[in-house]
Design a protein around this ligand. Sequence first.
Ligand SMILES: O=C(O)CCC(=O)C(=O)O
Ligand SMILES: [Fe+2]
Length: 271
Amino acid sequence: MKYALTPRHIADYQENGFVVIDDFLAPDELEYWRSAVAEAVEERNGQKMPGKSVKIGEDDGINKDADYFNNVFDQLLNLWQTNDKIKGLMLDEQIGKMAADLAGVDGIRIWHDQALIKRPWANPTAWHLDTPFWSFYDRRALSIWVALDDATLENGCLFFIPGSYRETAFENPGIGKNMIEVFNAYPQFRQTQSVAATMKAGSCSFHNGLTIHGANANMTPGFRRAMTCAYMPDGNVFNGQANILPDDYLQRIKVGDPLNDDAQNPLIYKR
Ligand SMILES: O=C(O)CCC(=O)C(=O)O
Ligand SMILES: [Fe+2]
């Protein structure tokens, strides 16, 4: 894995709220990630998330318009909790250090991982923000997105609105069908040129959770698979939103409590 971030990567991330790292995985590593993700997804038997019974294709109560959203991608969360190979990949301290260096923080916890598999002819991923969905408020939270297939203009690569993360906030414009919705909340970006993050398989991007981003429909008969992980800077507290937290955990915490349970949000890097 190409863990070394250049000063250029960090400067690009700070300026734009995202950065692409070419050839993050070597060819043999890419093969391992692909087979590990395939195995972990298969083992789930359609279960989206450990500790919850909702299956792929069912309404998870988080996203409005489940029928549309279920044809955006297959979304399987926290594979690190159910597959040891994925656990090894996701708990990699050196990836944690990359995230910490980009975010400018001293400690990084996993918020959740997710495999995002756009099937042939999948719907677009409407423009959205990530952080407003999460159970903590932190402007520095971010995600890695690793391309397991070439991500192209045709099959649904990510697009970003550069610099948007500096002006967006924690109110959630949501993620629905209409690509325009985020721009109704943030009209100052209606005229901003979006940037396509095409990537070879094995490359990755990091994006700030407050960067406006989305993806096109998959206009091809092939799959666009990605493995992603969202990161929470260490030291955050519960904001009252359940998001992906399991019911038994939610019963144990109240607003303002630290989110520092290593079984739920492992600390993968500390300076
Ligand atoms: O893969 C996609 O289509 C969307 C990914 C995304 O929104 C994310 O990783 O935050
Ligand atoms: Fe997102």
